[in-house]
Design a protein around this ligand. Structure first.
Ligand SMILES: Nc1ncnc2c1ncn2[C@@H]1O[C@H](COP(=O)(O)OP(=O)(O)OP(=O)(O)O)[C@@H](O)[C@H]1O
Ligand SMILES: [Mg+2]
Length: 504
């Protein structure tokens, strides 16, 4: 069956032939008439064929790069095609999870923009002489042809084409299967099929809706996304969950950079150059990675030493462990600044830490890590989000009991989530909430005991200090007197930790 677009295209070809013929035959007319012949044949063409055609080819002249406009049109028409076309092709995307429909060859679809009708046809030119090529079906030249009435030239060539391209690009981003990358040690960078980054499909379910946090804080973050974040807070408060929610919100890939396996600044540079835009670069536990404090790293090593290792593991650790990363803070900061100046808004960098006080001020300087977000212990509002996530409830009579409890304890959202989860098939909503109430009570009692214990410790130290001060005043030659006087400790400024150290 001949489609409307093909009809117009045929008519267009006929008229083009008439124009061509008139151009050839005009020389047989007297010189004075030739101008008139040309002018009137063009006028006749415009009257008989009031349509304009625009063609978008799949490949540009060099045939190496697929035209972005062609891909965008293909995606845009995939939504329109599924509504109007009688034949279309189906492609599976996103790891077999969804199907994208597109127009089949020579299929025509119509579209409407501000009440104006346009026609799209997917056409194909097949050259008469076939030549050998490495590229599949390189002889075929596919194109989309857009036909519209000439009275709408400005609207269609401007706003409509922009609307199609923007819509198509948005669909490309939506259908993209996103990835979670992690860096490979440099000894695996070379050789057959080796790469600097390994990836798996990124399928974390977290969203801003399921993130347990005050709504106001979440809205602020969503409204004003920055390029550099520092997320800090105790383990289990949702730092990694927040990064996943950001990636899902923006439709970005995630690069999880393990700095401790990067040998030096030049390796870091190669890794960062190899990342793509529309991505979040994550450096978790930045305080450990760059040895800004040294303490957690040493503690980790100590803990590892305590664990019994088999001889092979031990040998591996000795071989690799001796090579300390030489990545410097200034190196990291320079590359980060470089990344931003190269790809601007399309790249977000997130650092996480459990110990914000220990970070180097250069690292967290505003302007670089624009936004500092504290991920804190679970509040009632955060609890409600978790209850919705795990029990699918918006309210319950036990909420009145729970309301004041999270604020009285230091329970992380991870702990609350664990206690809320049904332990067996028989556990209903009420049992789960009661389990949480019990856990909150136990945590509260634990917190009270700890405070009392610390208060006792504090008063013991204070008494000892007073006694020694008293004895030193009564005995001016005593050694204690000199020590204490050289130390001059104002007790009201002492933290519990420092007092604890004195006792120990
Ligand atoms: N704010 C939160 N919202 C929703 N779920 C959370 C939140 N915090 C923790 N969780 C739950 O607890 C688990 C652990 O949280 P997550 O890994 O995000 O913590 P973290 O702050 O990154 O901890 P760490 O400092 O150890 O890396 C998550 O898988 C999630 O199920
Ligand atoms: Mg984490």
């Amino acid at each position: 069956m001949v489609t409307t677009g093909e009809l117009w295209a045929t008519l267009g070809s006929v008229m083009a032939s008439v124009m061509f013929a008139s151009a050839i035959f005009k020389q047989y007319f007297p010189y004075q008439l030739q101008g008139y012949v040309e002018k009137y044949s063009q006028k006749l063409f415009r009257i008989l064929y009031p349509y304009i055609e625009m063609t978008f080819h799949e490949f540009s002249g060099d045939r190496l790069k697929r035209s972005e406009a062609f891909s965008a049109i293909q995606n845009y028409l995939s939504t329109t095609a599924s509504l109007h076309a009688t034949r279309f092709k189906a492609d599976v995307v996103k790891d077999s999870q969804s199907i994208v429909l597109s127009m089949d060859d020579r299929q025509e679809v119509t579209d409407e923009f501000k009440g104006i009708k346009v026609w799209w046809v997917l056409g194909k030119n097949i050259p008469k002489t076939q030549s050998f090529s490495f590229y599949p079906a390189t002889g075929e030249k596919r194109y989309y042809r857009l036909t519209f009435h000439k009275s709408h030239r400005e609207l269609i060539t401007g706003p409509y084409v922009n609307h199609v391209l923007a819509g198509g690009k948005a669909i490309t981003v939506k259908n993209r299967q996103r990835k979670l990358y992690s860096n490979n040690p440099s000894k695996n960078w070379y050789g057959w099929r080796s790469t600097k980054w390994s990836h798996v499909f990124f399928e974390h379910p977290a969203t801003f809706d399921t993130l347990a946090m005050e709504t106001k804080k979440k809205e602020e973050i969503k409204k004003d996304l920055k390029k550099g974040y520092l997320l800090y807070g105790p383990p289990g408060t949702g730092k990694s969950t927040m990064i996943a929610a950001m990636a899902n919100f923006l439709n970005y890939d995630v690069y999880d950079l393990e700095l401790t396996t990067v040998q030096d600044n030049s390796e870091l540079r190669s890794l960062l150059i190899d990342t793509s835009s529309k991505s979040i670069l994550v450096i978790e536990d930045i305080d450990c990675s760059l040895d800004l404090t040294g303490q957690r790293e040493k503690k980790k090593e100590k803990d590892e030493d305590k664990e019994e290792k088999n001889p092979i593991e031990k040998k591996e650790k000795e071989d690799g462990g001796s090579k300390k990363s030489k990545v410097t803070l200034s190196g990291l900061l320079n590359f980060i600044d470089g990344l931003w100046s190269a790809s601007g808004e399309e790249r977000i960098i997130v650092f996480t830490t459990n110990y914000v006080d220990k970070l180097d001020p250069a690292l967290i300087r505003r302007g670089r890590m624009d936004k500092h977000i504290e991920m804190s212990y679970c509040c009632f509002e955060a609890f409600k989000v978790l209850a919705k996530n795990y029990l699918d409830i918006d309210s319950h009579e036990l909420y009145a009991v729970i309301e004041s409890m999270p604020a009285e304890t230091n329970m992380t959202p991870a702990d609350v989530a664990e206690n809320l989860m049904p332990k067996c098939d028989e556990d209903d909503t009420e049992t789960c909430l009661k389990n949480l109430i019990e856990a909150l009570k136990a945590a509260k009692e634990e917190a009270i005991k700890k405070t009392e214990e610390e208060a006792r410790k504090f008063s013991r130290i204070e008494n000892r200090y007073r006694k020694s001060k008293f004895s030193s005043t009564s005995n001016p030659t005593s050694k204690t007197h000199n020590n204490l006087h050289t130390q001059t400790i104002p007790t009201q400024n002492l933290s519990m930790e420092s007092l604890g150290c004195l006792v120990l």
